[in-house]
Design a protein around this ligand. Structure first.
Ligand SMILES: [Ca+2]
Ligand SMILES: [Ca+2]
Ligand SMILES: [Ca+2]
Ligand SMILES: [Ca+2]
Length: 129
């Protein structure tokens, strides 16, 4: 009896831990001020961290290989107006800003959970984590 009750409590604890995955792990990284939404400054901060993480050779730029599918060829070309074959951080953050605006159709300055679930929101997310 005690065992099954313990099992129930354990699975309850596990499901409780799983439910706030959005707010706890997902938003915890993207939403340091914990207001439940991601503003442009937060998006850029997260994108900057991801940029450094993806820049394996630490040359300060991302090439298509380092981006590993986060952008299509066409998107990469559009994001790289100087055509040097790589994205520097400014170019990367410019794409983040464009995608942020696309993901925020209500223009309230933030992307919330509902907006992140849209195709535009998912595209933005690819550059944030
Ligand atoms: Ca926030
Ligand atoms: Ca690099
Ligand atoms: Ca470039
Ligand atoms: Ca919004």
């Amino acid at each position: 009896m005690a065992l099954s009750r313990r099992t129930v409590l354990l699975s309850l604890a596990l499901s409780l831990a799983a439910v706030p995955a959005w707010s706890a792990s997902f938003l915890a990284q993207l939403d340091p001020d914990k207001d439940g939404t991601v503003d442009l400054a937060e998006a850029k901060a997260a994108a900057g961290k991801l940029f450094d993480l993806l820049d394996r050779d630490k040359d300060g730029t991302l090439d298509a290989r380092e981006l590993r599918g986060r952008m299509s060829k066409g998107e990469f070309a559009a994001a790289n107006p100087d055509k040097d074959g790589t994205l520097d951080k400014a170019e990367y953050l410019a794409v983040v800003e464009t995608r942020f605006r696309a993901a925020n159709p209500d223009n309230d300055g933030t992307v919330d959970a509902r907006e992140f679930a849209t195709p535009a929101g998912k595209k933005l997310l690819k550059l944030l984590k």
